[in-house]
Write a protein that binds this ligand. Structure first.
Ligand SMILES: Cc1cc2nc3c(=O)[nH]c(=O)nc-3n(C[C@H](O)[C@H](O)[C@H](O)COP(=O)(O)OP(=O)(O)OC[C@H]3O[C@@H](n4cnc5c(N)ncnc54)[C@H](O)[C@@H]3O)c2cc1C
Length: 328
């Protein structure tokens, strides 16, 4: 079966990878000049289904708990299994208890245990939640590695102006174009996420750290070589313009609360991505006008794209075995 995958973000690339593994003849088309320039390029890359359960439905945990294994198999060496640390400033200590009530898979740490895990946070927080089973990866690097693997397997990528092949030449089209489908896919909306990168040699972290706050919770994800990603706002908007000064101040203030060394850090990059989301904030594989759509990955693209790719593969394998099963 010849399949055209539209969009080379995390959804499209994981679908392409999964279909390639099942022997489909796949072409990927991407309107940008390279992969990962959509929302996927702005992601924290946290594979954190237990933490995310705080504000997400059960499927985020059940579908997301095997994501780290999927990524490790697809791009060996890119997954860091160091867990997630969740802290709160003294005045927000109640936020930690609330977070603990809404989640599972954690253990309480006291200040000595925090210092043992993250020496640079010694003495800063009296207690923390540690989600030992969680993992993270660098989205840009993971997507580049996935792309390199697909190119090595001779998968055809069509970028930019060449990215408009004749869909009629394919047996199936899988649309993974994310926020570009807002307005044409029923109920799909955008949730703007702003983020930034800072660089400082003054602090070292080994794992993502989430700082709880009633209005401005943030996370800091270490990227190595003194770089840290700080994210992210959650704004009901499909405006993909640059970060606002207000968001910049709020993110930097919160990072400074996590550790004053961030006050001396260099700001190296800012950005905003549009998370495509359905009303229940869960992703879907759906069929519209003969095209399969993988969309609505919201804040769980890296976490849930493998499960969505698995569902696409199951559907297409079933159709291949029994063409009459194809939905109309
Ligand atoms: C700040 C931020 C932090 C995040 N952190 C995390 C995290 O820690 N963990 C996690 O799991 N998720 C995270 N997410 C969510 C995740 O990034 C998204 O869910 C995910 O990127 C959505 O992927 P996608 O492939 O659907 O969309 P995109 O990445 O936007 O990809 C869509 C692609 O389709 C292309 N395209 C559009 N139209 C066409 C067309 N007509 N033809 C061809 N190509 C087209 C676009 O150029 C783009 O490359 C975060 C998101 C943001 C914004």
């Amino acid at each position: 079966m010849r399949v055209l995958v539209k969009g080379a973000g995390v959804a499209g690339l994981t679908v392409a990878w999964q279909l390639y593994r099942h022997g489909f003849d796949v072409t990927i088309t991407e309107r940008a000049e390279k992969v990962g320039l959509g929302a996927s390029g702005f992601a924290g890359g946290m594979l954190a289904p237990w933490c995310e359960r705080e504000s997400a439905e059960e499927p985020v945990l059940t579908l997301g708990r095997s994501a780290a294994d999927w990524w490790e198999a697809a791009v060996p060496g890119h997954v860091r299994r160091r867990g997630t640390l969740v802290v709160a400033a003294g005045r927000d200590a109640g936020e930690l208890d609330r977070f603990a009530r809404r989640t599972s898979g954690w253990e309480w740490l006291d200040d000595a245990a925090i210092a043992a895990l993250e020496p640079d946070l010694a003495g800063r927080f009296p207690k923390a939640l540690f989600f030992r089973q969680e993992a993270h990866l660098d989205p840009q690097r993971a997507l580049s590695a996935l792309t390199a693997g697909l190119e090595e397997a001779r998968m055809l990528f069509l970028f930019g102006a060449d990215g408009t092949p004749d869909a009629a030449r394919y047996d199936r089209v899988v649309d993974c174009t994310g926020a570009a489908r807002i307005g044409s896919l029923p109920d799909l909306r955008g949730v703007r996420g702003e983020m930034l990168y800072v660089e400082t040699p003054e602090i070292n972290l080994s794992r993502p750290v989430r700082l709880l706050h009633p209005r401005h919770p943030i996370y800091v994800v270490p990227r190595g070589r003194n770089r840290f990603m700080v994210g992210a706002t959650m704004i009901e908007s499909a405006d993909g313009g640059g970060i606002t000064t207000r968001s910049l101040m709020e993110l930097l203030n919160a990072a400074y609360t996590l550790h004053p060394a961030f006050g001396e850090a260099r700001l190296t990059e800012t950005g905003a991505g549009i998370r495509p989301a359905y009303p229940d904030n869960l992703p879907r594989v759906s069929e519209h006008d003969g095209t399969l759509h993988v969309n609505g990955l919201y804040r769980h693209g890296f976490l849930l794209a493998p499960a969505m790719a698995g569902e696409v593969a199951r559907r297409l394998l079933a159709e291949q075995a029994q063409p009459e099963r194809r939905a109309s």
